[in-house]
Design a protein around this ligand. Structure first.
Ligand code: SAM
Ligand code: SF4
Length: 266
């Protein structure tokens, strides 16, 4: 499907939960991040229906994100449901990989094709600080399990602060080189201030070629990460919400004052 600026929209990013087992400083408040209630969160069947309608309209790439997708109960069942939707030919996930060692095999079996892992440092002390308590060892185990399972390619999302020294980012690149992983650098963004940049080595952040729509965990289709526009599938119906998101996709991002990264998905 084409939007009004002639961009081909074929990519849907789905936030399956606003919850997370880490608390990265740039993504999520430390305490009481105001989680959605169980009834607000889309059911697996609702998510499958959105994917089915979107796929009929031309979406062929789907990515599951969050929050942390692996903390959503029975996530492998959702992966299998989405993988079986006709027209979905690329199914990926973005994860912090803390739980990936136990999920890599069932995810692959369910039809997940590839994975992005977020990793900003290979120093366990800094990792614990950035994520407010995360264990780097678990991430390494998760990456190993994903490699062994054949999830390919494995891309590493490395967030770098604007203007900050890149020592950690370089060490992450070296780690990727040694382990057959692809790195992409994401500049730390600020949704509220409208501060975003093109992803180095990736496809995000360039409004002229943006091919994305987003689905939040509480059922809003958003045409742009840096916009407050949101169309509720439960209020409007899936097809109308999708059409409105497509029809109103802005030429370029501005600000998003309604979301934090953990509840829209990066
Ligand atoms: N929990 C999963 C993870 O961390 O990979 C998926 C959700 S997370 C919100 C998705 C991506 O958004 C991650 O790669 C994360 O680094 C990125 N992200 C979160 N906050 C960000 C920010 N303020 N600026 C840029 N990227 C951010
Ligand atoms: Fe959780 Fe991912 Fe946000 Fe870190 S970036 S707090 S792992 S959702």
């Amino acid at each position: 499907m084409l939007d009004r600026f002639n961009r081909r929209i074929n990519y849907l990013r789905i936030s399956v939960t606003d919850r997370c087992n880490l608390r990265c400083r740039y993504c999520m408040p430390e305490n009481d991040p105001c989680m959605l209630s169980h009834e607000d969160i889309l059911t697996f069947e609702e998510i499958r229906q959105v994917v089915a309608v979107a796929a009929q309209a031309g979406i062929s790439k789907v990515r599951l994100t969050g929050g942390e997708p692996l903390v959503r109960k029975d996530i492998t069942a959702l992966v299998a449901m989405i993988a079986s939707v006709p027209g979905v030919d690329d199914l990926a996930m973005t994860t912090n990989a803390v739980l990936l060692d136990k999920f890599a095999v069932p995810l692959k079996e369910a039809g997940l094709q590839r994975i992005n892992v977020s990793l900003d440092t290979v120093d366990p002390v800094k990792f614990r600080d950035i994520t407010r308590g995360g264990e780097l060892r678990k991430v390494f185990q998760g990456i190993e399990a994903a490699k062994a399972t054949g999830l390919h390619p494995i891309k590493i999302n490395c967030v770098v602060k604007k203007g900050a020294e890149r020592k950690d980012a370089i060490a992450v690149a070296e780690f990727c080189g040694r382990n057959g992983l692809e790195i992409r650098y994401i500049q730390e963004m600020d949704l509220e201030k409208g501060d975003f940049a093109v992803v180095e080595g990736g496809s995000g952040g360039d409004c002229r070629s943006c091919n994305r729509l987003r689905l939040t965990s509480d059922g809003k289709i958003k045409p742009c990460l840096f916009s407050d526009l949101a169309y509720d599938i439960r209020e409007l119906g899936i097809q109308p919400a999708l059409e409105m998101a497509l029809g109103n996709k802005p030429r370029e991002g501005s600000v998003n004052q309604q979301n934090l990264f953990h509840n829209i998905g990066g």
